[in-house]
Design a protein around this ligand. Structure first.
Ligand SMILES: [Zn+2]
Length: 148
């Protein structure tokens, strides 16, 4: 059930030297985004790529998982449960591995974009909650995918 709070906000428009009264409504928060990050180290290479990334090399990936859902009993999802899912679906299968040897990256290139898409799909299947995954391949480069 949606509930509303309302109150008067007095906003001082100091540059006009007068006060303006606004009536605003604030919806109570029912939908919220939560997130958890993990770090993992992987090797990969890009097939059919002309450049240094065609050689096997490694990254310390930062994986940010974000869930957008309804707050029920104070939770979108218990962080403990999200951690378990991230370990099962991301960390355990891929950490300290050559990504190109593990599905689906044995068939598609393990680019940051493809990794983000696959991880978002895997987490969404488990959580049943709209999922966004951001994969940092370095501190300054990332790709983000969403599974709804
Ligand atoms: Zn790379």
């Amino acid at each position: 059930m949606k509930t509303y709070l309302s109150f008067d906000l007095y906003c001082a428009a100091s540059f006009l030297k007068k006060k303006v009264k606004h009536k605003i409504k604030i919806r109570t928060v029912e939908d919220m985004r939560i997130g958890k990050s993990i770090m993992m180290s992987c090797a990969h290479f890009l097939r059919g790529y002309k450049g240094k990334c065609a050689n096997v090399h490694g990254h310390t990936y930062k994986i940010e998982v974000m869930l957008d859902g309804e707050v029920k009993d104070g939770f979108v999802m218990d962080f403990y449960d999200l951690k378990e899912i991230m370990e099962q679906e991301i960390f355990t299968p891929y950490d300290h591995k050559l990504l190109n040897e593990i599905a689906p990256f044995d068939k598609i290139n393990p680019t940051a974009e493809n990794i983000a898409s696959e991880f978002a799909r895997r987490v969404k299947l488990k959580t049943k909650i709209d999922t966004t995954v951001r994969v940092y391949e370095s501190p300054t480069t990332w790709a983000e995918a969403r599974a709804e």
